[in-house]
Design a binder for this molecule. Structure first.
Ligand SMILES: [Zn+2]
Length: 262
C-alpha cells in the first residue's frame, strides 16, 4: 500500500503506456533468471547494481511517532512510513514485501548482480521512505523496484505499476522508468497468476507524484502493487510461497530485460 491514494495523473501518458505495452507483447526470454551464466564465466548481470525496496517493516506498528514524522518527498510533506496493509487473515504486507524481496535478491545475485536492499529483515522499524530512496540513490543502482501489495476495496483484484512524474530529481529517469514499468507489467502477466488491476489505475498503470520513492529517485524505478491483500482471491495468491517465488522471478525477468535487452 502506498502512503495515500493522492493524485492520479491518469491522462495521456497512461494511454501511451498502455498502447506501447500492447505493441510490445512479445516473448521474454526464459533462461536468464535461472542463475545460468549467459556464457562461460560470464553472468548476465555481472557489473550491474540493483536496488530493492521492500515496503514498510515488520515492527513499524510498534512506533507510531516514528511513522508520523514528516519527511519532504520532493514535492510535499509526507509521513515517514506506514504500517502497510494486511489480509483479512492477518498476513502482513510487510512480510509479503520482505519475502518477495529476499527471493528476488537471491535470483539477481545468482545472475551476478550486486543487490542493495533498503532493509535487512522484517523485524525492524523504518527506514523512512525518503531515506529508502536515498540509500538506493547513493548505491548508484542501475535500476530499482519498490515492492508493495495494496489495501484496496475488497471487491478489487490485480496488480498495478506505479510510475514516477517529473519533479526535478527524477527528471532524467521518467522515460526509462516507463520502459522498465512495461517490462514489469509484461512479466507479471507472463510469469505470475496475478491479473491486471480492475479497481486502481488504468490497465495496470498509474502515475503518482506524491511518493518519496518515485519523486526522489535518480535511477529508473517503479513501485509495484503486486495485488490487493484485502481481496480474498488475491490474498490467497499473495500468501502462497509458490506465487511469491513466481512474482520474484517475474521481477527478475523484467530487471534482466531492462538491463541487458534479453
Ligand atoms: Zn505498501
Amino acid at each position: 500500500m502506498p502512503h495515500k491514494f493522492g493524485v492520479s495523473l491518469a491522462a495521456t501518458g497512461l494511454l501511451v503506456a498502455a498502447t506501447a505495452v500492447a505493441a510490445l507483447a512479445t516473448a521474454v526470454p526464459v533462461s536468464a533468471a535461472s542463475g545460468t551464466p549467459a556464457a562461460k564465466g560470464h553472468k548476465i548481470l555481472a557489473g550491474k547494481i540493483v536496488g530493492i525496496d521492500p515496503g514498510h517493516n515488520g515492527k513499524n506498528y510498534t512506533d507510531p511517532s516514528f511513522l508520523n514524522q514528516q519527511i519532504w518527498n520532493g514535492r510535499e510533506w509526507e509521513d515517514c512510513d506506514t504500517t502497510g496493509t494486511q489480509t483479512d487473515g492477518g498476513y502482513t504486507e510487510a512480510k509479503f514485501n520482505w519475502l518477495v524481496a529476499r527471493d528476488l535478491a537471491a535470483i539477481l545475485r545468482k545472475d551476478g548482480a550486486k543487490v542493495v536492499l533498503t532493509r535487512t529483515s522484517n523485524n525492524g522499524i523504518g527506514p523512512c521512505v525518503n531515506r529508502r530512496s536515498r540509500i538506493l540513490d547513493h548505491a548508484h543502482a542501475d535500476v530499482s523496484i519498490d515492492i508493495h501489495a495494496d489495501g484496496g476495496p475488497a471487491y478489487g483484484r490485480g496488480f498495478t505499476v506505479l510510475e514516477p512524474v517529473a519533479d526535478g530529481p527524477n527528471n532524467k529517469v521518467i522515460k526509462s522508468s516507463l520502459r522498465f514499468g512495461k517490462y514489469v507489467h509484461q512479466a507479471f502477466l507472463r510469469y505470475t497468476p496475478m491479473k491486471v488491476s480492475d479497481y486502481y489505475g488504468h490497465n495496470g498503470y498509474i502515475f503518482r507524484n506524491d511518493l518519496a520513492g518515485l519523486n526522489l529517485t535518480t535511477m529508473p524505478k517503479v513501485l509495484i502493487e503486486c495485488g490487493n491483500m484485502r481481496n480474498k482471491a488475491d490474498a490467497r495468491l499473495l500468501t502462497s510461497v509458490h506465487v511469491q517465488r513466481q512474482i520474484a522471478r517475474a521481477l527478475a525477468m523484467a530487471i534482466i530485460k531492462f538491463l541487458t535487452g534479453r
